[in-house]
Design a protein around this ligand. Structure first.
Ligand code: MET
Ligand SMILES: [Zn+2]
Length: 779
């Protein structure tokens, strides 16, 4: 087939990389555990790539026109780009081989760290639950083409009979997502290195062309976020500079610049004004331009009309209408996905246990490829595609009309809410009431909820789920673990205890399994970061709570101690963020339904005598819209749903919340708006960086900045913890300061957890003692 740069092939922006049965995860973890060699791991990954090519071809993407993306990664695409351009931080300089290359072991070391050498920082990729590694760029980073994996994998495809389309993170996004390397001068912006970086991309394009690539996709999602592109003029200049230089490369492949996750806004004319051949627009989050855009009429445009981010079957007629609306504005139009399909599981056929009717409403990655192929056919011949369009409309109608999607009682309850349902008494009143019933020492100590998940409890849970362990055996196993966790906390001397969450495989899935309106998958794994995968539940209908979900575990724990036991719930925003959520109503409405179920749970916990209840919202920041203009509305419904969940609590009930994943700066106002009595946050890794900010913002309720970094097995010494406590105490009045770890302990082992908590208690006692002395001296 001859290459035509004026027309894009039908395509998807990317495909799940971890494998239908998490083959890549297994291969990587075998390498890291020393059970497999680099060669064996690479062979397993190559086999998965070959399977993916065949699968996509079987689903209708042609083998010879660059339809099939070559977009694999051993860990993360941003790390791949960093390694490709030689941006290896100085602390890992030794992983670069004598030949200038970084092998899979070295690559893994940069991703995962080594002893005292911290890995690259990990942070959320746009508004998804995928995490990328943050490159570190300084004035002296020596860019060079250090890794040609993209070329090798393209050649591998070609040898296998497939002409694929290499996918790379684009140079502007790469620098906008990077952070200044240690030692960079104040005010240094990685974007200032663009002129040095672009020649490396140019060299890579030449190498890909030499290998036979016809199209190359450069992903520039940073351009849809006005948080990352605050300095519009500078970023626009960077886009012109980068793509001016790359399009001037002689003999290069045709370039497709993709802008997933939102609307390009003012960057659309900027990109349209460059000489790239094609643009991919996200028409799920973004819109078809209202009128002609100068330059766009010269481009082949991929209309991203199939949602790469959610699992519902597309409305093909509506999608086709968008593509038709785009036609007069572009040189040619092809059908595609809005984002990579990395965010959805592989195949609904892997979920035979789901009710057949529900399965018919869903489109996972493979179904989405088929939708894109159907749309491409419809663009050619609308009449011939009528059947597919009708089937998609029918599936949607079936979903919207199905029992459980609209539950009148839920709608009535929501309709009857008033402002009073979102507000508690003044904090001063609550504080006095709580101080009256809770006899807590100064600087109270607590944990965030989970304790280490031993192999034993995982086995018990799995056996129970398979029906191999009867209910009473399961309850006994969980209770035995609760006994152990309570006894340990008493022995350590913690003040507010937890039951340890042994019954939870996952803090969202646990609730999804117990609430009506949710379904859970068996194989619906989605990459979260590196080899880590999650299985997001599917929220398909109105949410109700058939029975209490946590009361038995919490009351059992409380019966084993005289100290207060904290009830433990996951908040509405986090439940939404970590699920696939229905798309037929505003997220705020769905969040309020979840909130009402939690509100009932809190009432039941209170009635059972639980006086402290924590509602975790670690994902509050994650759903923050990428456009500043959309943020107030989001914060309004997200904060509102938390308040709806918690404001039924009595004044004497102490409501805690917990947030992690840092970057609180943008949401401090919202954290305050949650109006929790006590808020624990992640702070140890940044050495309390955020604490003065929070204090300065006027936050005047209980706060527990984490003093123990639970992300590594390292045991902090009592002195270290004491230093952090004193740092926190410098900005937070003692009466409001709580002492706790950064997050739950479920990923840790018991030995390091015990030792760390012992040091945390010792540090707290030391600070308490010295403050008593200071107080006495002052009088
Ligand atoms: C990611 S936040 C986790 C909070 C939860 N309560 C836990 O301790 O595991
Ligand atoms: Zn956490």
């Amino acid at each position: 087939m001859t290459h035509d740069a004026t027309r894009l092939p039908t395509t998807i922006l990317g495909y799940p990389r971890i494998g239908p049965r998490r083959e890549l995860k297994k291969a990587l973890e075998a390498l890291w555990a020393g059970r497999a060699s680099v060669e064996e791991t690479e062979a397993a990954a190559a086999e998965l790539r070959a399977r993916t090519r065949r699968r996509l071809n079987a689903l209708g993407l042609p083998a010879h026109d660059a339809s099939i993306p070559s977009a694999s990664s051993y860990y993360d695409q941003v790390l791949d780009a960093a390694v490709a351009v030689g941006a290896v931080p100085a602390r890992f300089a030794d992983v670069v081989g004598a030949d200038g290359r970084v092998d899979l072991q070295g690559y893994s070391t940069i991703a995962r760290g080594r002893g005292e050498d911290a890995p690259l920082e990990m942070t959320k990729w746009f508004d998804s639950n995928y995490h990328y590694l943050v490159p570190e760029i300084g004035p002296d980073t020596a860019f060079r083409l250090a890794d040609d994996r993209a070329v090798r994998e393209f050649a591998e495809g070609l040898a296998d009979g497939f002409l694929t389309r290499p996918v790379l993170v684009g140079p502007v996004t790469f620098l906008l997502l990077s952070k200044p390397a240690d030692g960079a001068p104040a005010g240094f912006a990685p974007l200032s290195r663009l002129a040095d970086l672009v020649p490396v991309y140019a060299e890579l394009l030449r190498a890909l062309a030499a290998a036979g690539a016809t199209w190359v996709q450069l992903d520039e999602p940073a351009l849809v976020s006005d948080v990352l592109t605050a300095d519009t003029a500078a970023v626009a200049a960077a886009v012109r500079q980068a793509y001016g230089a790359l399009t001037a490369v002689e003999g290069r492949p045709s370039l497709l610049v993709a802008a997933p996750y939102g609307d390009l806004g003012e960057f659309l004319p900027v990109l349209a004004g460059t000489d790239v051949e094609a643009l991919a627009l996200d028409l799920v989050r973004g819109a078809v331009p209202a009128g002609p855009v100068p330059g766009l009429e010269t481009k082949a445009v991929l209309g991203g009309v199939v949602d790469g981010h959610n699992v519902w079957r597309a409305d093909l007629a509506a999608a086709l209408a968008k593509l038709e609306a785009l036609r007069p504005l572009a040189r040619s139009v092809a059908a595609g996905t809005s984002t990579s399909l990395l965010h959805v599981p592989h195949d609904t056929a892997d979920e035979p246990q789901l009710p057949e009717r529900l399965r018919g409403w869903l489109a996972f990655a493979d179904q989405k490829v088929a939708e894109v192929v159907a749309l491409a056919a419809a663009l050619e011949d609308p009449a011939g595609a009528a059947g597919a369009l009708q089937a998609s409309a029918q599936a949607r109608r079936d979903r919207l009309g199905a029992e459980g999607v609209v539950v009148p009682a839920v709608r009535e309850r929501l309709g009857g809410l008033s402002a009073a349902d979102f507000a508690r008494s003044d904090y001063a009143v609550r504080r006095a009431a709580q101080d009256g019933v809770l006899d807590l020492p100064p600087l109270p100590t607590t944990t965030i909820g989970s304790f280490p998940q031993t192999a034993e409890i995982r086995r018990a849970r799995a056996a129970w789920a398979k029906g191999e362990l009867p209910d009473d055996g399961y309850t006994a196993a969980m209770r035995a673990e609760i006994d152990r966790v309570i006894a340990l906390q008493e022995e350590l001397g913690l003040d507010v205890l937890v039951h340890g969450e042994p019954e939870r495989n996952d803090m969202v899935q646990y609730f999804a399994e117990l609430l009506d309106g949710f379904a859970v998958t068996a194989n619906g794994w989605v990459q979260s970061y590196g080899s880590r995968c999650v299985r997001p539940p599917i929220l398909w209908g109105d949410v109700t709570r058939p029975a209490p979900m946590t009361v038995d575990w919490s009351t059992y724990a409380a019966s084993r101690t005289a100290k207060p036991v904290k009830g433990m719930l996951t908040g509405p925003v986090t439940i939404l963020a970590w699920s696939f959520v229905r798309d037929d109503q505003p997220l705020g409405d769905t969040a309020r339904q979840v909130a009402l179920a939690l509100r009932d749970e809190i009432a039941d916990l209170e009635a059972a005598g639980i006086g402290i209840i924590q509602v975790d919202e670690p994902a509050l920041r994650e759903l923050l819209p990428l456009k500043a203009a959309d943020q107030p509305a989001y914060l309004d419904w997200s904060v509102g749903s938390f308040r709806l969940a918690t404001s039924g609590a009595a004044d004497t009930t102490q409501v805690h919340t917990h947030l992690c994943y840092s970057e609180f700066g943008e949401v401090i106002g919202a954290i305050d708006g949650l109006d929790a009595d006590v808020t624990s946050i992640e702070a140890a890794r940044s050495r309390m960086e955020v604490v003065p900010e929070i204090a300065a913002a006027g936050f005047a309720r209980g706060i527990g900045p984490g003093v123990y970094d639970i992300h590594s097995p390292r045991v902090p010494s009592a002195e270290e913890v004491e230093e952090l406590v004193r740092l926190a105490a410098a900005s937070i009045p003692e009466r409001n300061l709580w002492i706790n770890p950064d997050c739950g302990l479920k990923t840790r082992g018991y030995a390091e957890t015990e030792a760390s908590l012992r040091n945390l208690i010792a540090a707290t006692r030391a600070v308490r003692a010295s403050r008593v002395q200071e107080g006495a001296a002052a009088h």
